[in-house]
Design a protein around this ligand. Structure first.
Ligand code: ACO
Length: 320
């Protein structure tokens, strides 16, 4: 028995912002951003929320799978940018799409969040606790950006991607995941400080802070390492893989991983040039594009890898 993705969907924020447009508000340039990251534009939420984009991506995944929301047993949303501390985005998606019979909760593992949630859903289905699951990665990162910090605000975008899973004869072969909490502060966004009648804290939450070079070093080391570990567990090598779906943070990171795996860069599809880094949404949006526009077919081998704040990392090997 395997757990298979039978429907995918995505939804990006409507407003497109090019590097040149961003340079009107931030001291930066298209040349700097494109040459260092590969990002040319991104979507920025105006009316959209994390929940609204997650719900739309979920509806599209269910439509592709040919399933009704009332049939969904489990909804897991991976996000670091929920609309509320509580209720979770997953509970709000449940209400929005009418998945009244589902268990719903969020997972916070930043850019690795979708793959972490995928593994959780896989285990729910494998143990027979649920028959299916809707796994969503959704972010409105623009709301936690410091728009005066050109080192971070140019990198990110807003959107959501979803995958609907059921038991099948082929599908996810294995997933490896890990966390390095002691390095967590290299990429952080503080929540509210303690504030009560005994302690006067700050009410306003913080913005995202990143030590870009530390994150870069972590990504280029950990991403190929966990991909190779997942491949070895699957008794496969990089040559067996048709598509490497990596977290869409930076073209240089992806090029470095391709080099380390001795795999042709053509096997690494990318959305980052037009989406920027959408954290937990990056992987499912890329998967949806593979299905809808790049002709992935049943039986193709896909290696997924994501890495991000926490620090967290994960890799999955999938027979599509
Ligand atoms: N426009 C123009 N200049 C800039 C900008 C900008 N947007 N941002 C920084 N600079 C300047 C800096 O001020 C600095 O100038 P100085 O030398 O005069 O002080 C110079 O460019 C170099 O800055 P660095 O931060 O050292 O630039 P670096 O070459 O390291 O590139 C980058 C920065 C692209 C962020 C790189 O470190 C990187 O890709 N890191 C990985 C980040 C990442 O992918 N994070 C997300 C992964 S995890 C997740 O998804 C949550």
């Amino acid at each position: 028995m395997a757990v298979r993705i039978i429907g995918t969907g995505s939804c990006l924020a409507e407003k497109e912002v090019t590097n040149d447009e961003l340079a009107k508000y931030v001291d930066t340039s298209d040349e700097w951003i494109s040459s260092r990251t590969g990002i040319k534009k991104r979507r920025i939420a105006i009316e959209e929320t994390t929940t609204s984009m997650a719900s739309e991506a979920a509806r599209r995944a269910l439509e592709m799978a040919g399933r009704d929301a009332s049939e969904v047993d489990l909804i897991i949303v991976a996000t670091v940018t929920p609309d509320y501390y509580t209720p979770s985005v997953a509970c709000q998606v449940q209400a929005e799409i009418g998945a009244d019979n589902a268990i719903a909760f969020d997972v916070n593992a930043a850019c690795s969040g979708f793959v972490f949630a995928l593994n959780t859903a896989k285990m729910y289905i494998e143990t027979g606790y649920t028959k299916n699951a809707l796994v969503i990665g959704a972010e409105t990162l623009s709301k936690i950006m410091d728009w005066n910090d050109r080192g971070t605000c140019v990198l990110f975008g807003d959107g959501a991607g979803a995958a609907y899973l059921e038991e099948s004869d082929m599908g996810i072969i294995n997933i490896v995941q890990g966390s390095i909490g002691k390095k967590g502060m290299v990429l952080n966004c503080r929540a509210r400080k303690t504030n009560n009648v005994f302690v006067q804290g700050e009410i306003e939450p913080d913005f995202l802070h990143m030590d870009g070079q530390e994150v870069y070093k972590f990504a280029v080391r950990q991403c190929p390492k966990c991909l190779l570990e997942a491949l070895e567990k699957a008794d496969m090598t990089p040559e067996d893989i048709d598509y490497f779906v990596l977290h869409q943070a930076n073209v240089r990171i992806i090029q470095s991983v391709a080099k380390r795996l001795k795999a042709p860069i053509e096997k690494f599809p990318m959305t980052l040039d037009y989406t920027g880094n959408m954290s937990a949404a990056s992987v499912p949006v890329m998967l949806d594009e593979l299905v809808r526009e790049r002709g992935i077919k049943r039986g193709d081998k896909v290696a997924v890898s994501a890495f991000g704040a926490g620090l967290t990392y994960a890799a999955a090997i999938i027979e599509w």
